[in-house]
Design a binder for this molecule. Sequence first.
Ligand SMILES: [Zn+2]
Ligand SMILES: [Zn+2]
Length: 330
Amino acid sequence: MKAAIFESAHKTPGVFVQIEDVPRPQLAGGHVLLRVLACGVCRTDLHIVEGDLPPLRPQLIPGHQIVGEVVEGATAELPLGTRVGVSWMGGADGDCWYCRHGMENLCDRPTYTGYTVNGGYGEYVLVRADFAFPLPAGLDDVHVAPLLCAGIIGFRSLRVAGVERGERVGLFGFGSSASLAIAILQSWECEVYVVTRGEFHRKRAASLGATWVGKEDEKPPVALDRAITFAPSGEVVVSALASLRKGGVVAINAIHLDHMPSFDYDKLLWGERQIRSVANMTRQDARDFLTVAETLCIRPQVRVFSLEDANRALLAVKEETEQGSAVVVP
Ligand SMILES: [Zn+2]
Ligand SMILES: [Zn+2]
């Protein structure tokens, strides 16, 4: 099968992955083999191929927003031909302290799709059957793909921040994840304040109904109850913190931050303000979000690339040039 391979030892500037012919994965117990229909490109993929996240395998097929159909290993829950989605959380051991306490997102022995195991930048992928979600029929392959990480983890960020109906919520950075989260916030009748760089992102936030939109050096005109940061930047976290009321929460939706600058505890964190990170997702987050997405008819903007153009798709995410989420189709 054709696949985009990341080799950690061979780095060529501008070339993240190589398109190669590799053997189709062999079916294994507890798994299903999927024919990939589409795979979303996430910023985390970029962190992997750029080495921000340490390489765990010499050769890797990235991609963790997979839409595929079951072609081997069918089960009663996942009959042959079922269309399923697979996200970053590709498995958990089920018996560590975290798994036993309903926090499988923090599992001590996790499987991360497209990082600890091969992902969806290929024609076929082997995934754990119990971490594959049947997808709602209302969303086509390329439009549901970006929901599978950007959407689910954006949704989890709202939960981690503790957003309640009608609150004032700041979104710092306005890429794929934030543009999906805003629809949910509106359905909860929240006021949404967006701080982001880039004229395109600001226009998009305004067109999606943000209460207020500002540039990266601007501060929302009101104190926020909650803030979610989407940029891989510690400076942005500090800006978000500076916008909170007492007792407010910042949730950081980033697997990697450039660095965390020092900040004034007395002014910014005192007053029971909190900073929380958002790590991975649970299967319940995925199921809940997919239900909400179908109810609200959440439909991301996408730009489709062929598998051969995987490098261009990754570059588009890096340069934030694309108007919409990049999706690779084999
Ligand atoms: Zn575990
Ligand atoms: Zn992701």
